[in-house]
Every structure is written in C-alpha cells, then in structure tokens.
Design a protein. Structure first.
Length: 552
C-alpha cells in the first residue's frame, strides 16, 4: 500500500502530491526541503552545549550552526544538514543558537527515550530566545523536539523576549510534533515568515507570574506577525490571558518614512486546532501589515473558567482608521464558546459561525473593512460582515486551503486527535510523550477540574505550580559505519549497504532520499498521513467544559 512506501527505500509507490518536507507534512510549510547531494549528517552524541571540531564530540549546537567537525568523523561546515541523536535528555543553553545556514532537519524522533528537551541556562544574562532561526535560514524542518524556556527571575535584567524559540525573516519552515512552553514572553513566536507550518504541536502555557518578564504578569502564547502564507494545523494552544491565536497576515516591508508598505496580502490558514482556556483574548487577527486573508476551519475553542465579555475566537483588530488594508475571513465548522455545531460534543443546535467573530476592544466596526475583487479595501462590508461562511479567503495566487481535505476532520475529531497525538512523542519509532505533556493533556480531558493555575479566579501561573521538565537521559548509540545517518541494521534490513554512504540517494526514485525514509519510519509517518483524525480515541470533556455558550 502507498503508506509503506514512505518508510521503505525499495518501494517507490508514493501517492500523488509527493515529495514534501516529509510524508505527513501539511500546509504552506510542506514545501520545505532538506535533500541535496551535499547534505551531511551530525550524529549528536553529547548533551553538552559546546563547539569544538576536535574534542571527539558532536553537539546539537554544532549541527545547528553547521560547524565543521574533524573527529569522531569529518563533517564539512556550512552544508545542508540533518541532526540525528545518540543521546536523550535536557540540553541547557547559555547563549542563543542563532541559526542562519539554510537547510536544517532536526530529527528529534531519532533520539532514544525520553527524547530531547532544550531549556534556558543560568548563564544567559540578557535573556532572549535560546533557539533563533534567523534571516537566511530557509528550508528548516523541526520534529519531535521539546522547547521549555523556564523562569529567569533570579537577578538577571528583566526581558521582553523570553521565547522558547523564535523564527525571524525566514521562508519554508515546518515545525511538527513540537512541544513549546514555559516562555515568559510568548511560547511560540514567528515574525516575518513565509511558507511556514506549525502542526501537531503543544503550545503554552507560559510561566506568567514574576518569571523575568518586564511585566509582573505576562500570559501570552502564540504569535505570528506578520505571516505570508502560514498554516496552523492540529495544535493545542493552552492556558493564557492573551494570544491564544494572535496572527497578522502580510509582509513586513518598512518604507523610508518608517511606516509599513501597505496592501501586501497574506494568507493564514487556522485549521483543526484546539485553543483552551484563554481568559481575555482567545484569538486576534490584525491587518497591520497587509490585507488579512484568514481561513478559520474546524477549530475548537473552549473556556475553563473566567471569560472576559469581549473575548472572541476570531477577534478583529484595527485601530488605524487610515489603514488601506482590509479583511477577508472564512469561518466553518468551529466549535467554540460562542458557536455550537449539531452533532459535535453532544450538541443538537448549530449556531451561525459568524457569531465566533467580534471586535477587539478599541476597534471600531467602521475601521474593519472587507477586500474587494480589485484587491483594494472595500468598506461596503464592515465589522463582522467581513466574515463569510461560504467563500474561502484566498490570497491571489493561492487556489485553496493549504491543508489536504483528507487530512482534516470535524472539530470534535480534531480535538480528540490532538489530545492523542500532539507534541513531541516519538523516540526511534516508539511512543515517548513525557509526563509534562501528559499532565497538560489530562488537564484538558478533565476540563481543568483542579484550579491548578488560578488565584482568586484569575490565571496567574507560576513555575512552582507546574509539573516540571522532561527528566531522564540516555546514551544509546546506534552503529552507523558509513556515517550517513541510517543505522547499519536498518540499512541491511532495507536492502542498502551499511558500508556505503548512500543516505542522499533515492533507491526507489520516489523523491524521498534513503535517509528521509529512515527518518519517516522513526516518526511513524506511514501512520500519520491519512485518516489520523478518525482513528484517534480517548475521553473528551463536555461542550465548552460544561459552560453555556455565549450568545447574543
């Protein structure tokens, strides 16, 4: 069958639409590619955060920065690369990974259990993100990794930028099955990005109270500003005050007078996500950087306690009456605290999907205008009239949603699948979701039964109340005679020669190299390509955690 072809270098019968970044890749970021004849492999064998070409170790930092290595084997620097792992555990980072060399595949799924976790170290005196994919680093794939920043309220200068990771001015990037939490600014930060995907990941919560941010309480999770062709698919965004899904389509081009170039359209597809427990701002769409084309399809947005009266899953934001940028929003199949769907979560009534939309405080309906067929702002539609339930919001040049229809599910199906499969959870083809992610998934399944993160009904998360970090470590090297990233035993079992470096070859000519087929087997891509939404099992809470819908 076609699925087996994704993990068998002798079976080239992949279905149409491939190759992609990897077989289960969705969204605009699926065009990322790290496959070239000069691609190299760093077999990471230490948790130490060091750079030395001759120390006999290979660190994650050396792979990320594309550093040259002479021992234990020769790796030329500055090349497209794949990071595979002989170790598992926590990597403590005391200076930022600033990633600028294009072509990077971090294969966290190749680590032994319990996997890899990146944490802020005590020696980073000016706290920013420890993991920064920066201008020039196109074609980046990150899979089955954990990024947990942690508090830095220990005498260091206060910071406004405590993100577990950040993307800045990059193209063709996909993050898959990533856990990113314990930020002190956001837990997921993408700015000035193009053709990117965040999928099957767990985002948030932040450490919100007295954690080192300049604000005493700063509780915001997901930020894409701006994004031109971005996809947010099958993620859990959880526990915060603001920025459950804060997005600004467009392109950041600053003119000589300091203002942003206008009418640069961007499309962001928000599909099949679970947004849980945001008290003030579950969603925000801004037109600051260009025309905002947004498709909001099959998402679940539930409350867990206090809910501000002007909290909207689709919050429209424009405080600049003179802005030439408009909005075009499509909403369909969303189960939210303002919209029920008959047959989903035990409901018998379907509400108008446009009820999920509203104006962010400070925004006037007259300042929220549509986009005409001529590509200009059109104020014949204003306020929530810019939201359609019949017509996709497609930026010029894009013909449809960026997520395959057969990969999508209903809001209830997607919620169950996210609870079952999201976050970093594969270690060499075996399940390895850690206790921390389990804790938060259980917290959702039981509808936040215990007031774990609240004081006086207000979300005020401090690090002491958290379930902690991953814990555990391992060193389990796999024999790889030719240093091509594929273990000898795997090569032999799949008809390859373990003494010939053939990871960059494509034995079955299906577009995926031999090494990619090994990486896909370690990530169970053959099981994550189709039908995932329907196969998930597990308990779910009642609609809106038992709270009545917020209706006009």
């Amino acid at each position: 069958m076609a699925q087996s072809a994704f993990v068998d270098p002798q079976n080239g019968a992949v279905p149409p639409g491939h190759p992609r970044a990897f077989p289960s890749a969705q969204g605009f970021g699926k065009i990322a590619a790290v496959r070239s004849s000069d691609r190299v492999v760093y077999r990471v064998d230490t948790l130490d955060d060091v750079v030395s070409a001759t120390d006999g170790k290979i660190s994650l930092r050396e792979c990320l920065l594309a550093s040259p290595i002479t021992t234990p084997y020769v790796i030329p620097g500055g090349k497209p690369r794949v990071c595979v792992f002989d170790v598992a555990g926590q990597i403590v980072v005391n200076s930022a990974f600033r990633i600028t060399v294009p072509g990077l595949y971090i294969a966290g799924q190749t680590a032994p259990a319990p996997g890899i976790e990146i944490k802020l170290g005590p020696l980073m005196t000016t706290v920013d993100t420890p993991f920064h994919v920066f201008r020039g680093s196109t074609d980046v794939i990150v899979r089955h990794m954990r990024f947990r920043l942690g508090s830095h309220n220990d005498g260091r200068p206060k910071s406004q930028n405590g993100d577990p990771f950040r993307l800045s001015m990059v193209k063709r990037v996909i993050f898959d099955h990533v856990t990113s939490m314990y930020g002190t600014d956001e837990s997921w930060d993408m700015n000035s990005v193009e053709d990117v995907t965040a999928q099957w990941s767990i985002i948030g919560p932040n450490i919100c109270r007295e954690a080192g941010h300049v604000s005493t309480i700063h509780c915001k999770s997901l930020f894409i500003k701006p994004g031109q062709r971005a996809t947010v698919f099958a993620n859990l965004s959880q526990h915060g005050v603001h920025r459950g899904m804060n997005i600004a389509p467009g392109v950041a081009v600053r003119k000589s007078d300091g203002t942003w170039l206008a009418e640069t359209p961007g499309q962001i597809d928000v599909v099949n996500n679970l947004i849980f427990d945001y008290t003030v701002e579950s969603g925000l769409i801004s037109n600051e950087f260009g025309h905002a084309y947004v498709n909001y399809v099959g998402n679940t947005v539930f409350r867990s306690g206090y809910l501000a009266p002007n909290n909207f899953p689709i919050g429209l934001y424009n405080v600049n009456a003179a802005s030439p940028n408009g909005f075009k929003i499509y909403a369909s199949g969303n189960s939210t605290f303002r919209t029920r769907i008959a047959g989903e979560f035990g409901q018998t009534t379907s509400d108008d999907q446009r009820l999920a939309a509203g104006l962010i405080p400070g925004t006037l309906a007259a300042n929220v205008c549509g986009i005409g067929t001529n590509g200009k702002k059109d104020c014949s539609k204003t306020g929530t009239q810019v939201v359609s339930t019949t017509e996709l919001a497609l930026v010029p040049g894009v013909s449809g949603l960026s997520v395959d229809r057969d990969a999508m599910g209903t809001s209830e199906q997607a919620t169950r699948a996210i609870a079952a499969f999201a976050g970093a959870n594969m270690c060499r083809g075996e399940w390895c979701r850690d206790k921390t992610d389990d804790y938060f998934i259980d917290d959702f399944r039981t509808c936040h039964q215990l007031p774990r993160f609240r004081e006086g009904g207000v979300l005020q998360i401090g690090e002491v109340g958290y379930p902690g970090y991953m814990g555990g470590s391992a060193y389990l090297p796999l024999k790889d005679t030719d240093h091509d990233g594929m273990p000898d035993d795997w090569e032999t079992a799949h008809g390859l020669n373990p003494s010939v470096a053939d990871g960059n070859l494509d034995a079955d000519r299906d577009g995926y190299t031999n090494l990619e087929e090994y990486l896909s087997e370690m990530a169970k891509d053959d099981e994550m390509t189709t039908g995932v939404m329907a196969k998930a099992t597990g308990a779910l809470p009642a609609y809106n955690c038992g709270f009545a819908p917020v209706l006009p």
